[in-house]
Design a protein around this ligand. Structure first.
Ligand code: HEC
Ligand code: HEC
Length: 134
């Protein structure tokens, strides 16, 4: 799996299904952080982040693996302000980069401070927050 074992470099040119897993353009190369280009790379996105390297956050800081209608998910709209000021929002720092369908993208988990990727549409933009937030 590119971007996990050191020998499978995240910025190598892969072929077949692995092609395009990460954005390999000048923006990524300049800062050495490779945003997700497809929809199954949240782990590799995250392990490049200061969140991961701090050792203070993991997936379940923000996501609840056992959420259901009777047991609400953690509210990703409010989660950032547990540790940051209100200028930190997932809309600002987590643009959709991982293509999952035509014109539908999964948000980047690299948490770079100067995120300049375009805000491509995510499920949140199209259908709004999951219904158990409402
Ligand atoms: C700092 C908080 C945070 C951490 C840590 C985090 N995520 Fe996320 N994640 C989010 C937010 C915010 C969204 C977007 C939620 C939304 O659009 O409603 C998201 C979206 C996702 C999605 C897309 C869900 C969808 O319906 O499109 C996946 C998959 C995902 N995260 C996996 C992971 C995995 C795997 C990890 C750990 C490697 C992780 N996340 C760590 C905040 C986080
Ligand atoms: C549990 C606490 C916690 C939560 C929740 C959290 N963060 Fe962080 N965040 C951190 C820590 C710790 C760092 C690393 C600080 C450092 O090493 O400089 C960080 C760093 C960042 C950075 C990089 C800042 C920089 O200057 O390099 C961004 C961007 C960021 N977080 C965005 C978010 C967003 C967006 C959310 C919500 C989806 C979020 N964070 C939720 C603790 C948190």
């Amino acid at each position: 799996m590119p971007g996990i074992q050191p020998e499978d470099k995240i910025d190598a040119e892969y072929k077949g299904d692995l092609k395009g897993m990460f954005l390999l353009d000048n923006v990524s190369r300049a800062r050495g952080v490779y945003e997700e280009g497809k929809h199954h790379e949240e782990y590799q996105g995250f392990i490049q982040s200061k969140h991961s390297k701090s050792g203070e956050l993991s997936c379940i800081t923000c996501h609840s693996p056992h959420a259901s209608k009777s047991k609400p998910m953690k509210d990703t709209q409010k989660i950032c302000t547990q540790c940051h000021d209100a200028s930190y929002t997932f809309q600002k720092y987590m643009p959709g980069t991982g293509k999952t369908a035509d014109n539908l993208f999964v948000r980047s988990h690299t948490f770079v401070p100067d995120q300049k990727r375009p805000q491509l549409p995510t499920d949140y933009d199209i259908v709004g927050p999951p219904e158990y937030y409402r």
